[in-house]
Design a protein around this ligand. Structure first.
Ligand SMILES: C[S@@+](CC[C@H](N)C(=O)[O-])C[C@H]1O[C@@H](n2cnc3c(N)ncnc32)[C@H](O)[C@@H]1O
Length: 252
């Protein structure tokens, strides 16, 4: 089924002024790992745009933001973005959300909440690209956040890379050959979105002799945070908010 294009009278009205769209990086989950700048904008933006995975899900970024907000003081617009990157339906979903976002911006500033950093594998990237196409003059300001990657290294007390070491970051859309090559070529490899491919990653780490030095961090910064050191025979299950850091033992 194809969805109708979003109705966008806004994009045809060059005289209509839009507010600024802020992309707020809220950090990985610990409410204290929000920058002062993100906190100031979070509390002041008239509209908060909250990506959620399901209609019933409060949203990971929302959970980080909520303790800092006065209930009911701001308009909260929840935008469902189901998992499934590259899926054409997801493209349509992104486009559908542009109309309400532009409507919110016609009334003033709006802040799009992101967990971690907004420019690192965030839904915001696709939304911003579409919004720029529809409203080319739109002012977008990105407030960087503490990424889950650096937060995970911190809780593990483990350097990501040092001296001339090279770091690779891969989401779970690689072939086993890509992963094998990357694990050989880089001193440290961070794997994101591992929950659905753990059964392929662990045997490969075992085969390459990297399972004992790998670590998994789930929901870093949240009360339910979990750290697993050594992934030999590790079978999960793990949450979507989990990543794996693989360091070659000689690189540490
Ligand atoms: C769409 S990416 C977003 C990354 C995020 N923008 C960042 O800067 O951390 C989602 C993936 O990041 C990782 N991730 C995000 N937050 C996490 C957390 N709190 N703990 C562990 N991994 C996390 C997981 O691998 C998850 O599947």
């Amino acid at each position: 089924m194809t969805n109708p294009s979003p109705t966008l009278p806004l994009s045809h009205s060059p005289t209509l002024r839009l507010g600024t769209l802020y992309a707020l990086g809220l950090g990985p989950g610990d409410p204290e790992l929000i920058t002062l700048k993100a906190l100031r904008i979070l509390r002041r933006a008239p509209t908060l745009l909250v990506p959620v995975r399901r209609a019933t899900d409060p949203g990971y970024a929302w959970r980080i933001a909520e303790p800092h907000l006065e209930p009911g003081a701001q308009r909260v617009l929840r935008l469902p973005f189901p998992q499934g990157m590259g899926d054409p339906e997801l493209d349509e979903q992104w486009e559908r959300h542009c109309a309400p976002i532009l409507e919110a911006l016609a009334a003033g500033d709006a802040a799009f909440l992101t967990e971690g950093d907004p420019l690192l594998y965030s839904t915001f990237i696709q939304v911003a690209a579409r919004l720029r196409g529809l409203a080319p003059g739109l002012a977008i300001e990105v407030v960087p956040g503490v990424s889950s990657i650096t937060a995970a290294a911190a809780v593990a007390g483990q350097p990501l890379v040092a001296r001339g070491g090279r770091l690779a970051v891969l989401p779970a859309v690689y072939s086993p050959d890509d992963l094998r090559r990357t694990l050989r070529d880089f001193e440290t490899v961070v794997l994101l979105k591992v929950n659905r491919v753990l059964d392929r990653i662990v045997p490969l780490l075992e085969e390459l002799g990297l399972a004992d030095s790998a670590l998994l961090v789930e929901r870093v910064g949240r009360p339910e945070q979990r750290l697993v050191r050594g992934l030999r025979a590790f079978a999960g299950p793990v949450d979507y908010f989990s990543l794996i850091i693989v360091s070659r033992p000689e690189a540490k």
